[in-house]
Design a binder for this molecule. Structure first.
Ligand code: URA
Length: 248
């Protein structure tokens, strides 16, 4: 799939002119595409592949897609709005035009991506693309090696068995323990139900990794924009092609 955008719309979308003024710029021969003057109305380009210049200066593509990494604090809901007026993750962000990629329970904290890139969201959350999500689970008691093996094999929940998880006993705190659990599915309350299934209910849960992303440098409630490089890496990881994936 190649994304085609009308040249005057592309110029306008990048904030250089209104659409009418952009049409005039084209008619005046001020716009080049891949080094050639384009003076035809209605010309279409592929923003990911074509080089557009105004008066011989490149137009830098401004993406209107947003990609945000939030350190979701405990107590907030992963939803765009709540009919009961409870605190949502949206209140922590500068934009209201993004959506959470998957979700974390109200009492779970940690890494949450938010974007308005629907195709990427779909793939990052679909088990087929096997994008890893890493959790630190504070559980009651200390699971035996045998119990941990059950998680590694894939325990059975009410809707059937879940895929094998990577599990490590990180440390013991008195009667309780900290487990590092890596999964690539996103079933409702999955980690909590997996731990309950082996008899060690979760007391506290934090998502510390999503694909190659971590919470490094962020405090609970804080966010940052993903870098261009990180977005491109996610796009590749989700099996999308950078040249054709529409980020405008
Ligand atoms: N698993 C859970 O049980 N809860 C979360 O919030 C995320 C994963």
């Amino acid at each position: 799939m190649t994304v085609k955008v009308r040249l005057h719309k592309y110029i306008a979308a990048n904030g250089l002119a209104s659409r009418r003024a952009a049409e005039k710029m084209i008619a005046e021969g001020r716009i080049k595409v891949n080094g050639e003057i384009i003076a035809t109305a209605g010309f279409t380009i592929n923003p990911a592949a074509d080089k557009v210049e105004l008066d011989d200066k490149p137009i830098r593509a401004k993406t209107t897609k947003q990609y945000i990494l939030l350190y979701k604090p405990k107590g907030t809901l992963t939803t765009v709005s709540d009919p009961f007026g409870r605190a949502t993750v949206m209140e922590l962000l500068p934009h209201r035009d993004v959506f959470p990629v998957g979700r974390l329970d109200q009492d779970t904290e940690g890494l949450l991506i938010l974007t308005n890139d629907g195709e990427l969201t779909y793939r990052l959350t679909h088990p087929r693309y096997k994008v890893e999500k890493k959790y630190l689970a504070y559980v009651r008691g200390t699971p035996t090696e045998e119990k941990l093996r059950l998680l590694r094999k894939g325990v059975t929940l009410e809707e059937g068995s879940v895929s094998p998880a990577r599990v490590k006993l990180v440390e013991q705190h008195g009667e309780n323990s900290l487990l590092m659990i890596t999964i690539h599915e996103g079933k409702k309350r999955q980690v909590k139900r997996m731990c309950s299934a082996i008899g060690h209910p979760v007391i506290g849960l934090k998502r510390v990794g999503f694909a190659f992303l971590t919470l490094k440098g962020l405090k609970p409630g804080a966010y940052r924009y993903l870098t261009e490089e990180e977005v491109n890496k996610l796009i590749r990881l989700a099996g999308l092609h950078m040249a054709t994936h529409n980020r405008l």
